[in-house]
Design a binder for this molecule. Structure first.
Ligand code: TYD
Length: 142
């Protein structure tokens, strides 16, 4: 699965802490867009989609939330609860974010500008697409 945790270096001194991230360094792509999710209401599940061509890094700047990632074959769950922990998500991964604490601020760094056409919002369509990609891969490698 094209998923990994990225640990950021915290520069701390007696005044407190600071984290700096740069594109193509701590963040493995050019950052074209930043958005953040906050004030999420109780029992809300956000996301519930995949992207065809979009890399993202999710960082919980305050509070915590959980992220379920699913490549159509395997599912993994991550807890984002530290500002020095980034979750990288590659293409064609279904994601759901939930269990937001009241104070949660989830920042997302994205490799592309907002494009509603890049979203796969239908789960059955997502499963169909990854199965098709897998068939093509198997054919090319046998
Ligand atoms: P949505 O994709 O539904 O958020 P999530 O997947 O986290 O539940 O986005 C909510 C609204 O914000 C929707 O109207 C589209 C808009 N939006 C933008 O205009 N730009 C963006 O970069 C994003 C992520 C969303």
């Amino acid at each position: 699965m094209d998923i990994r945790i990225i640990k950021f270096n915290t520069m701390g001194d007696k005044r407190g802490a600071l984290i700096a991230v740069e594109e193509n360094s701590q963040i493995p792509f050019n950052i074209k867009r930043v958005y953040y999710i906050f004030d999420t209401k109780k029992n809300v599940i956000r996301g519930k989609h995949a992207h065809r061509n979009l890399s993202q890094v999710l960082v919980c700047l305050n509070g915590s939330c959980r992220v379920l990632v699913n490549d159509g074959f395997n599912k993994e769950e991550y807890l984002l609860d530290q500002p020095d922990k980034g979750l990288y998500i590659g293409n064609n991964i279904w994601r759901e974010m939930y269990n937001f604490t009241d104070s949660c601020i989830l920042m997302v760094l994205a490799s592309e500008f907002y494009n509603p056409d890049d979203y796969i919002r239908d789960y059955e369509q997502f499963l169909h697409m990854v199965a098709q990609n897998n068939d093509i891969y198997t054919t090319l490698n046998n």
